[in-house]
Design a protein around this ligand. Sequence first.
Ligand SMILES: Cc1ncc(COP(=O)(O)O)c(C=O)c1O
Length: 482
Amino acid sequence: MDPLNTMDHGLIEQLAGRYGLPLHVIFTDRIARNAGSFREVIGRIYENTLVCFAVKANPCRGAVRFASSLDIGLDAVSEFELQAGLEEGIDPDGIVCNGNAKSDRYIETAVGAGALIAADSDWELKLVSEASGRLKRRAPVLLRFAGMALEGLTASDQSTAVAWTKFGFPVDRAEEVIKQALAAADIDPVGISAHIGTQICDERGYDRLMEYLLDLGEHSLNLGMNLKYIDIGGGFPVSYLEHDEWLAFQARLLEQLDGRLPPERWVTWDNIPMGFREYAESNRAGGVTPQWKGKAYWSGYPGARMLEHLLERQTSTGRSVRDRLHELGSPTLIIEPGRALIGTAGVTAAKVSGVKEVSGNHVVVLELGIVNHGVMLVTADIFPVEVYPRLTSDRPVDAFLAGRLCFTGDMISKVKVRLNRLPRRGDLLIIHHTGAYAADHFASNSCGFPLPAKVAVHKDGAVEVWRRAERFEDVFGGTICS
Ligand SMILES: Cc1ncc(COP(=O)(O)O)c(C=O)c1O
């Protein structure tokens, strides 16, 4: 965890007084620092790289404005994200429009602005071509591919480029799709793209993706495409835990799944096996070596380190990725990090409602809620957590975290987290690394709770409200008859 200093802590208390709890706080200098790490790698290894901030990681105008101030591009997935990018002055050349179900308005706006459109399906190629004809503007198009042999290398609930995915064109149709795009009227196929999922901790996933994309790039050139871009998507990981914590967690979970721990020493709620599901299911049959599969919480290549690894590694041809890119005419490499730019920049502060004992375990109940549906979309992360203020009498203790929604699945953490002490009602709990997805995926008016405020703290100490806290009128403001 990147610890908050005492000044930040005091500031969070102050902000909580002003904007209420729960509260999401983003420290923008941390975003700038993360972007700076990508820049450093790019400058050193392959300058022709464009960083596009994945707005979905924190979709609000403030985040888009800050991305614009850093002079980086944008990965949009909706007409509103695109509009925000354009309004905040991001160069359309630096905006990639993703999404597997683009609306007519989204396509029209993208074509009109001259943004890059990652075409996801046959019908989309046709719609983009029609819009280009109508607007008399040749749309620059990337062809998004999926269906690669990446099983086991990306988390199954977050894999977006394997055979079973709703995204992109199957890679085994590549030749036909490229020819179709080259023959389509009014569009300009300028590149290929893919996105393999989020929190890709295992570098082998990216290694394999890159082999596919370099081969596809070569194929596209041979078929006559003017290959200006290769877009490898987002997914650059964040280490939520230290390496030894991650190993210790896995070891303890295995002990638990093997039935060697009493429930009060379990590390996951209700004995959920997480990445050891396969092992747990086959355990009865015996003989299976435990292997963690799916989303991990530590990576040897966090953020920009993954890009560095990827560009420098040797491909199957014996040449490095960087050299192969140059052999393809040095196309612009697009990366679309969301989590790696903003995840570690945000914290969530919530008030402790009380502590319960469940099956011999501490459960800290927070005035904070997540939504079942959100949990089904993306496996929650293992967040570093602390009770504030820290006291000299603090003694570390492990606990699960529960929310306040009236649904049993509303657990903020189904993995036991280490707290500096057991909190009391009214204490402030600070959850780290929640700048990406957490503040929005899990936000809804479920059970009539209002969406919390989201504020940014800039380097000079200025505070900017990125989303104001909802009030009663926003949630129960009445009905509209039309
Ligand atoms: C197309 C695309 N690009 C980029 C991202 C950002 O991913 P991450 O936040 O893991 O970098 C996503 C998120 O899933 C995505 O769907």
